[in-house]
Ligand binder design. Sequence first.
Ligand SMILES: *[C@@H]1O[C@H](CO)[C@@H](O)[C@H](O)[C@H]1NC(C)=O
Ligand SMILES: *[C@@H]1O[C@H](CO)[C@@H](O)[C@H](O)[C@H]1NC(C)=O
Ligand SMILES: *[C@@H]1O[C@H](CO)[C@@H](O)[C@H](O)[C@H]1NC(C)=O
Ligand SMILES: *[C@@H]1O[C@H](CO)[C@@H](O)[C@H](O)[C@H]1NC(C)=O
Ligand SMILES: *[C@@H]1O[C@H](CO)[C@@H](O)[C@H](O)[C@H]1NC(C)=O
Length: 546
Amino acid sequence: MTVLLGFALTLLVLGFSRGLQPNWVREEPELVAVPSKFGSLWPLPQKVQINPTSFKLSSGSFRISDSKGSSAGPGCVLLQNAYRRYFEYMFGSKKQKVNKSGKSDPSELSELQVWITSADSECDGYPSATSDESYALSVDQPVAVLKAPKVWGALRGLETFSQLVYEDDYGAKSINSSFISDFPRFSHRGVLLDSSRHFLPLKVILANLETMAMNKFNVFHWHIVDDQSFPYMSQTFSQLSQKGAYHPYSHVYTPADVKMVIEFARLRGIRVIPEFDTPGHTQSWGKGQPDLLTPCYSGSQASGTYGPVNPILNTTYDFMKMFFKEISSVFPDAYVHLGGDEVDFTCWKSNPDIQQFMARQGFGQDYTKLESFYIQGLLDIVTATNKGYIVWQEVFDNDVKLKPDTVVHVWMNGGGCDKEMANVTAAGYTAILSAPWYLDYVSYGQDWQNYYKVEPLNFNGTEEQKKLVIGGEACLWGEYVDASNLTPRLWPRACAVAERLWSAKDVTDIGDAFNRLSAHRCRLVERGIPAEPLFSSFCPKEYKGL
Ligand SMILES: *[C@@H]1O[C@H](CO)[C@@H](O)[C@H](O)[C@H]1NC(C)=O
Ligand SMILES: *[C@@H]1O[C@H](CO)[C@@H](O)[C@H](O)[C@H]1NC(C)=O
Ligand SMILES: *[C@@H]1O[C@H](CO)[C@@H](O)[C@H](O)[C@H]1NC(C)=O
Ligand SMILES: *[C@@H]1O[C@H](CO)[C@@H](O)[C@H](O)[C@H]1NC(C)=O
Ligand SMILES: *[C@@H]1O[C@H](CO)[C@@H](O)[C@H](O)[C@H]1NC(C)=O
């Protein structure tokens, strides 16, 4: 009876969902992935030529080495690490014994030489907004050569080389003769993770950086604190995490943790841009820093609740000065993200001291003026630390006076954000786009296609305006995300954003993208990353679980 009922229910549910299946499911261009003429390359390089001649690779004899003329020698830890990493991706961790007696097989490719061509390889530096990530790769006999002006391009080229390697029908590693020259279309290609709504263990952050590198992302936007928790352990204000983290010891990022994230990212050509969002989104800050937040009133009585940062106290600015002095030395990147979004004015409006201040300043009832007053003060403070800043779009919308090199982060109105992009760039500011790429929103079906179809420069503006768009970020907000589901929710959906930001503008063929992405997703799985499937299919080597 129960079984029958269950069966009937299953039929009902199936019938129901079939009946509801929206049209776009039938419109999907490819339901079964077929090999692309570009193999499994993702994101697609700018210029690709793959020839039908293939060479064998054997883990016993193949090596990646510095080319003779390279400006980065064996002392370049970044490259040596990358050689080891990519060797393992290609062959696994077990190395075959070298067959010293054997003559070299002419159909075998025995070496990839990496040649950093400019005098300064930047091996020991940090990647930046202007880093050169270009490279040229030639895979041919007798050796493959990867040429790049800087180590950053070499990292991208190594990923590409590893993506060219495949297993033939007999399980032998092979690579085709290929010529690739490549560079990113946009310089800012980011992923935002939120470690405040849920604490993200270091391991999942590092795994994400690893996956970002496989997709040529180069910015980790670390939305590290928010209303819910303050896991960043400050050396100047230890109470912030002591009181504001979910747990003062187990749910914090120590200075050593932060250092590790930054170095792990650097080794993969990824910038770490921390976001310390104020004056809103700061409830957790208030726990460890008394008087930082605005006391809210209910009538003439303080209600015991708190609103945004209190913008009328000098102590607020003294605190911010010391706090951002620390941040500017802990995080090496030239930019910090200062947030500035979604400021709720209700509490400010209720507070009599704030009302008085508003009157004294002649702000009337316009609380955006008060917000601007605060942000202006903050920007001056951060400018004094020699950092540039990124702000969410509201800061621009509210007419705050910004430094000319400010980056405005556009996040509102999804697909209808073109007016905002036009406005921001018309005002001469640099822009990054996230509005269509909020990956925390999930829906049935292949939503990666929606991310893929976005064209960041599709707004009305001059050529000069278009040049001000430096890229975008896929955002994975953390309300419904922790270590248990972060990776499959983000990957491979974020891959769509990666290709849009790296590849040429005319790379828009959804069918070919599906073919390559299906193979790329299987590669992620083979590398141990639980990236979710795109659609009904299989991988030669399925995910085996943990
Ligand atoms: C690689 O070469 C083989 C022949 O050796 C050919 O069948 C295959 O199509 C080539 N792959 C690509 C992506 O061109
Ligand atoms: C080593 O190479 C020789 C000559 O090519 C070959 O005969 C022999 O089988 C190889 N040994 C192994 C273990 O692969
Ligand atoms: C706050 O700072 C301003 C400007 O430096 C100064 O004029 C004012 O007296 C200070 N207020 C208090 C309460 O210290
Ligand atoms: C863009 O600027 C125009 C002119 O100032 C304004 O009317 C419009 O509301 C702005 N659009 C957006 C989306 O901010
Ligand atoms: C650009 O402006 C034209 C005319 O004002 C309008 O028809 C068109 O839809 C706009 N395009 C975009 C992408 O906003």
